[in-house]
Design a protein around this ligand. Structure first.
Ligand code: SF4
Length: 476
């Protein structure tokens, strides 16, 4: 990937014009995909099954030095956070994690059996649910399966999401011994009233203790996840949360918009009886937070991430070398991604493949035949082109027509003539510049509306919008 338009001195990390953004945002506040994949999951086919996934795995490729990426979904949580729309199993059972380990061991073996034998593991991310719902011994067992099946690439990067409420120093020691050096803490908000409303009580001292210990054990990168738009949040209350955040100096912060998707997460309906911030207040919280991160020297990355200027993510963004997949923004070229566990989504061999979402059905399928694929999609040539354009927009806020020509052997301006017409409103609102050859460069203010811009290049969206029922969260 390259920075799109050298003539304009485009800097994808420059701050937006906050006042202008405030005036424009209500017009751009639509429902739309987050584009962690293109095409998005709702258009994938149920006809895509385990044999299709096995064939895709056999076609997998990864640069020898970088290796392939792996995601393992650990679905268990002790209690339900009421904002949560993840695939998770709320349980205090001691049996389920043991059953999970047996099944994931089988799935890892099956995947390794289908991949080409020279594939090396370059990146591993444990996510959930709550990966540290597994105790340290169980994490050892899981990592034993991984290491028995895959050789690690040089400088392989291992990362994990943790819930500070259940993560111990023993967990950190075990993870460190197994090569994990990146840790992401679910923080969301420090205000006691907000924590009570979302059913996630987590005092700053708990986050401080875990952050300090991870740093002491040489974790190179500590990320905090925050959410704006939760019940009872105001600009003032979130400002106090940010004061705590800055005390801990996280290397990276993901500032997510609360997704009110009651058709997926029914428990969110309870928020409608609470003091949920209005659309305007939500925007003010986001803009205020952005301003504070930028004032503190963080660099704005992609849509909703911030990183210290010296962090590898900020360096990659400044060079136009940022990439994105289901695990979020990353600095390595996106080789194939193989994902395991219930609901996990792989992108491999030119296909997307998703495993069964329910724990029991996933477990039965992998114990029976190793793979639990229930839907997927084989990318067409048109999908590949659009997926590239959308990734360029989401990661670099720009599309370079010259690079498109070099990659696909045709003209961006001709292939996307009608889509470029659809961007007229962005141009008129000074959110986007379009070059002679059709190259796109979002202005710093337009960089806040990348989901909206990407939607112009989504060939499936008009059909999806014509179908009944809500499908996506708001873009802001
Ligand atoms: S810990 Fe994470 S995955 Fe589990 S319920 Fe809370 S938000 Fe959802």
């Amino acid at each position: 990937m390259s920075t799109a338009d050298p003539q304009t001195d485009h800097d994808p990390t420059a701050p937006p014009d906050f006042d202008r953004l405030t005036a424009l945002l209500p017009r751009y506040e639509l429902a739309g995909p987050r584009y962690t994949s293109y095409p998005t999951a709702p258009v994938w086919s149920d006809d895509f099954g385990p044999s299709d996934f096995a064939a895709a795995l056999a076609r997998a490729q990864a640069p020898a030095d970088a290796g392939f990426a792996m995601y393992i979904h650990i679905p268990f949580c002790r209690e339900l956070c009421h904002y949560c729309a993840c695939n998770r199993v709320i349980t205090k059972s001691e049996v389920l994690p043991e059953r999970y380990l047996e099944a994931i061991g089988r799935e890892i073996e099956a995947i390794a059996g289908h991949l080409p034998t020279d594939m090396r593991l370059g990146e591993l991310h444990l996510g959930g649910g709550t990966p540290t719902h597994l105790d340290p011994k169980q994490i050892e067992t899981l990592m034993g399966f991984v290491d028995a099946s895959f050789e690690r690439a040089t400088d392989a990067e291992f990362s994990i999401e943790v819930d500070p409420r259940v993560t111990t120093e023993d967990h950190i020691d075990t993870l460190h011994a197994r090569g994990f050096r990146r840790i992401s803490l679910g923080v969301q908000d420090f205000d006691p009233k907000v924590q009570q409303a979302v059913h996630r009580i987590q005092p700053p001292e708990q986050v401080a203790a875990l952050t300090d210990y991870a740093r002491k054990r040489d974790f190179e990168s500590v990320n905090f996840d925050l959410i704006y738009g939760l019940p009872h949040q105001t600009v003032e209350s979130f400002d106090a949360t940010l004061d705590h955040v800055f005390d801990f100096e996280p290397d990276r912060v993901a500032l997510y918009s609360y997704a009110h998707v009651t058709w997926i997460a029914k428990q969110q309906r309870g928020f409608e009886r609470m003091d949920l911030p209005s659309g305007d207040e939500k925007l003010r919280i986001m803009l205020h937070a952005m301003r504070r991160f930028i004032d503190k020297g963080y660099v704005h990355i992609g849509m909703d991430h911030f990183a210290k200027r010296e962090d590898s993510l900020a360096v990659a963004a400044a060079r136009g070398e940022l990439h994105r997949n289901f695990m979020g923004y990353m600095t390595r070229p996106p080789g194939d991604l193989v994902a395991l566990g219930p609901s996990a989504i792989s992108k491999v061999g030119g296909c997307y493949a998703q495993s069964l979402r329910g724990f029991d059905e996933w477990e039965t399928a992998v114990l029976d035949h190793g793979l639990a694929t229930f839907r997927g999609h084989t990318l067409s040539a048109d999908d590949e082109r659009r997926a590239w354009v959308i990734e360029e927009i989401m990661c670099g806020a720009a599309v370079d027509a010259g690079e498109y020509r070099a990659r696909f052997g045709s003209e961006f301006k001709r292939d996307f003539a009608s889509e470029l017409e659809d961007t007229t409103e962005f141009v008129e609102d000074e959110l986007l510049r379009v070059g002679e050859d059709g190259s796109l460069t979002a202005t710093p203010t337009g960089s806040m509306l990348l989901r909206n811009l990407a939607m112009c290049f989504d060939a499936y969206l008009p059909g999806q919008n014509a179908e009944a029922g809500p499908k996506f969260s708001k873009t802001i």
